[in-house]
Design a binder for this molecule. Structure first.
Ligand code: GTB
Length: 217
């Protein structure tokens, strides 16, 4: 059965590939699985049909053979477990690569999202200016720790894995930011991820949605 995933009809990232359908697309491209996309508007995301698939009214979702999944990390893990190419066959290496999926979304990403959200929603608050350096410090701490662990290696756990795919997806949220630019090995790591043919195909596919939509409106 064809895999179907959901993505924004009109992504607020304007084709930059920062929404969370991107790691799912990328994972499917890495393992060579064809997929269909169902585009959903902000309104449709909050309606019962979509909520039955994603209880929080968000994208992405994933459907395959009667399985409906949500949470981009869980979806990438499922793809990596089901199809070869994103997780080692060696048990310990596999477990450690999975740990990096969790580290990316549960440890590195939260301060990045906190600052992003504050930028969107709290800029007019009197305390925003005071809070900003604290938020940036938390991001810097995580990046410094990640940078120290990666060192001069190409990937976090031996060969490229689902852990790298999710970690690079998280770092991309800081594209162009001095916070990321301060860590040349992380910049090079993210660039290595973006240079992968599977990433390029996934990026082009989401960009095509944005361009088609822009031509229509
Ligand atoms: N933990 C969930 C997962 O990983 O799947 C989080 C899913 C999520 O945050 N989805 C967002 C969403 O559906 C889109 S990706 N938001 C609509 C809503 O909550 O009503 C997050 C995102 C959105 C926009 C940008 N951007 O514009 O750059 C980047 C990332």
């Amino acid at each position: 059965m064809t895999i179907t995933i959901t993505a924004f009809t009109a992504s607020p990232d304007r084709g930059r590939g920062l929404a969370r359908d991107m790691p799912v697309r990328w994972a499917l491209e890495e393992v060579g699985q064809y997929y269909d996309i169902r585009l959903v508007s902000f309104k449709e995301m909050k309606e019962p049909a979509h909520l039955a698939h994603q209880p929080f009214g968000q994208i992405p979702t994933y459907e395959e053979d009667g399985l409906v999944l949500f949470e981009s990390g869980a979806i990438v893990l499922h793809i990596a477990g089901r199809y070869p190419g994103l997780l080692s066959d060696e048990e310990n290496a596999r477990a450690r690569a999975i740990a990096w999926i969790f580290a990316a979304q549960a440890t590195v990403e939260p301060p990045i999202v906190e600052r992003e959200t504050a930028g969107f929603l709290e800029q007019d608050r009197v305390w925003h200016e005071q809070r900003l350096p604290l938020m940036e410090e938390r991001i810097e701490t995580r990046l410094a720790q990640l940078s120290a662990r990666l060192g001069e290696a190409d990937w976090l756990q031996g060969a490229f894995s689902a852990g790298d795919l999710v970690m690079v997806s998280v770092l991309r949220r800081l594209n162009g930011s001095p916070l990321l630019n301060a860590f040349p090995n992380l910049l090079a790591y993210a660039a290595r991820g973006e240079a992968r043919p599977a990433f390029k195909r996934a990026f082009a596919a989401q960009l095509a949605v944005f361009e088609r939509r822009s031509a229509e409106v």
